[in-house]
Design a protein around this ligand. Structure first.
Ligand SMILES: NC(=O)c1ccc[n+]([C@@H]2O[C@H](COP(=O)([O-])OP(=O)(O)OC[C@H]3O[C@@H](n4cnc5c(N)ncnc54)[C@H](O)[C@@H]3O)[C@@H](O)[C@H]2O)c1
Length: 413
């Protein structure tokens, strides 16, 4: 049984610490009060003294307004904040009386660890960079079923500590993960380009959706399904369903931060500016479509069904729903949201009594199907007869009382 400390037990760290606590003795420290049934929440001195492994899972925040829930592609690109990681490293230095195995999980841009973090760590400690591919709503499942585990070492070679970390993970994994060993910088790059590759992929399939709406006689799913099955050149089917844009606490901001990095290293172009700009215009196109339907139907109110960035979680950070809402309001129209979980209650209503234009933003089957078979999203409120549901995922069916529009399928329009 290993002795493990987690510095930063927030959305990522706490669940990961609890997974480790199923097999190991785990301590957790946070600057905010946290509780856990299986992790011993304690002060930093006790954590550092007791732990052989120290995982750092503190935030590397983006500046206000850079999460992607409102337009940001016009703003000056910025790097993430590093203060919390620096604070955690200093705490390890201050309280450690013996050599520790320090593992940094937090997401940072390529080059950051070598430039800003490693020089600060006392050289008696060993260090690995080990970012996680984990999504909100499925943190514990993702932790033990990762697509790959990235382990970054100083020179990119699989050293003894990397082997020890692998052995430690083998005690909790449910799948047989692929291990990718690289330099710190390579692992930083694998993590951030993994996220932003997804944004680019979603941007592309949603572009096909935009064309379907403009050209006619196109069901976007026929096109994207054929592309998704084209595994010779274009890879697998995930994120190949057009719908809402990429969202959440990580992906939009990672694109924004990479824009900063492209400037910093004078790459000469800004690919992710285009990805983020496209994401915004795709949201605007959907907003305009909702407005158009409303105007055509006696100014029926517009309701976005799902405000959090995805179903089953409360987080509105980086939400594509609010980005669409922003464009509806910019066009001088009003919008409300229904979402029982949303952590931002602004313009959230509990019920909608009249018929309305609903945007079906959440589809839990599509979002979580990679974790196993999933139930459909249940309506968050009563849908009054005469309402029109715009389903960007094209899964719902019309009933006698409620018309469903499959946004992205204009075959029969
Ligand atoms: N949430 C995810 O799905 C996810 C996925 C992959 C990577 N990440 C990365 O993991 C890191 C943490 O993300 P998160 O979502 O858990 O963030 P979070 O804000 O939910 O949690 C971070 C925790 O660290 C604590 N903290 C802040 N400063 C601290 C300090 N100086 N010392 C100790 N604790 C401190 C905070 O109080 C908070 O509880 C980020 O770099 C993020 O990019 C997150």
């Amino acid at each position: 049984m290993a002795k493990i400390g987690f510095i930063g037990i927030g959305k990522l760290g706490l669940d990961c610490a609890e997974v480790m606590a199923e097999k190991h003795q785990v301590w957790g420290y946070d600057i905010y009060p946290r509780t856990s049934d299986s992790v011993k929440v304690c002060g930093i001195e006790e954590l550092v003294t007791e732990s052989e492994w120290i995982f750092i899972a503190v935030p590397t925040p983006h500046a206000q307004g850079y999460d992607g829930s409102i337009p940001s592609s016009h703003m000056e690109p910025r790097d993430f904040g590093h203060d919390a990681v620096i604070d955690a490293i200093k705490n390890v230095n201050n309280y450690a009386t013996s050599s520790k195995k320090v593992v940094l999980i937090s997401t940072v841009l390529p080059g950051t660890t070598r430039k800003h973090f490693y020089p600060l760590l006392d050289k008696k400690h060993q260090f690995l960079y080990n970012p996680y591919l984990i999504a909100m709503g499925s943190v514990k499942w993702d932790m033990v079923n990762p697509e790959m585990i990235m382990i970054g070492t100083e020179d990119g070679n699989p050293n003894a500590l990397a082997g020890e970390l692998r052995a430690l993970y083998d005690t909790v994994m449910q799948n047989n993960p692929r291990y990718e060993i690289g330099t710190w910088d390579e692992c930083e790059a694998i993590k951030i380009f993994y996220n932003t590759f997804i944004s680019a992929k979603v941007g592309l399939v949603n572009m096909i959706q935009d064309f379907a709406m403009k050209i006619g006689h196109i069901n976007v799913d026929v096109v994207t399904d054929a592309l998704a099955r084209s595994t010779m050149r274009i890879m697998g089917p995930k994120y190949m369903t057009a719908g809402m844009g990429d969202a959440g606490a990580c992906h939009p901001r990672d694109n924004i931060a990479l824009r900063w990095l492209a400037q910093e290293y004078d790459i000469g172009y800004d690919l992710f500016d285009t990805v983020m700009h496209a994401r915004e215009i795709q949201a605007k196109n959907l907003a305009n479509y909702l407005i158009h339907l409303s105007v055509m139907n006696d100014d029926m109110p517009i309701v976005i069904h799902g405000k959090a960035y995805k179903p089953d979680v409360e987080y509105c950070i980086g939400s594509y729903s609010t980005l669409i809402g922003h464009y509806i309001e910019m066009a001088g129209r009003s919008v409300v949201y229904v979402d029982p979980l949303a952590d931002n209650k602004n313009k959230v209503v509990e019920s909608v009594d009249e018929s309305a234009i609903f945007l079906w933003a959440h589809n839990r089957k599509i979002t979580y199907e990679y974790t196993g078979d999933q139930a459909d999203t249940k309506p968050y409120c009563n849908i009054a007869p005469g309402s029109i549901i715009v389903d960007p995922w094209r899964k719902l069916e019309s009933t006698d009382d409620i018309q469903v529009v499959h946004y992205g399928n204009t075959r029969n329009a």
